[in-house]
Design a protein around this ligand. Sequence first.
Ligand code: 5GP
Ligand code: ZN
Length: 137
Amino acid sequence: MSNCVFCRIVAKEIPATLVHEDEHTLAFMDIGQVNPGHVLVAVKHHAENIYALEDAQAAAVFRAAAKVARAIRGAFEPQGLSVYQANGAAAGQTVLHLHVHLVPRYEGDGMALTWPVKNPPREKLVEYAGKIKAKLG
Ligand code: 5GP
Ligand code: ZN
């Protein structure tokens, strides 16, 4: 897609600082750098979000994410590493081309994700699982 910033990076129409490339994925430095070493792993062929991924793309994205994560750990020795992937504006997605964030993490680094647990009764878990399984086929 010509108006998609990550498609334009894949096409080398705009510059990015690359760290890894394979048949299905391109990994490059996030321009914002939440912490030093923050990398994005994006699919090469445009897919807007996780729902649009072909199986081969899905497999390749996580394979590349794991490979690059190990390299980030080796290079920066962070205390932790967050894998973050947003789908839709409500989830915080701003670039509508699938990508996974690999963010080196440190105690007190200010990156926050609130986690408002509801702790529903087990019957609710069974109900929710049933709804999902009905769609898995
Ligand atoms: P999202 O919120 O969609 O998960 O994250 C999009 C990310 O893409 C942001 O962290 C932002 O810094 C990064 N980003 C946006 N435009 C560019 C760009 O042109 N080049 C690079 N390297 N990163 C970008
Ligand atoms: Zn795109």
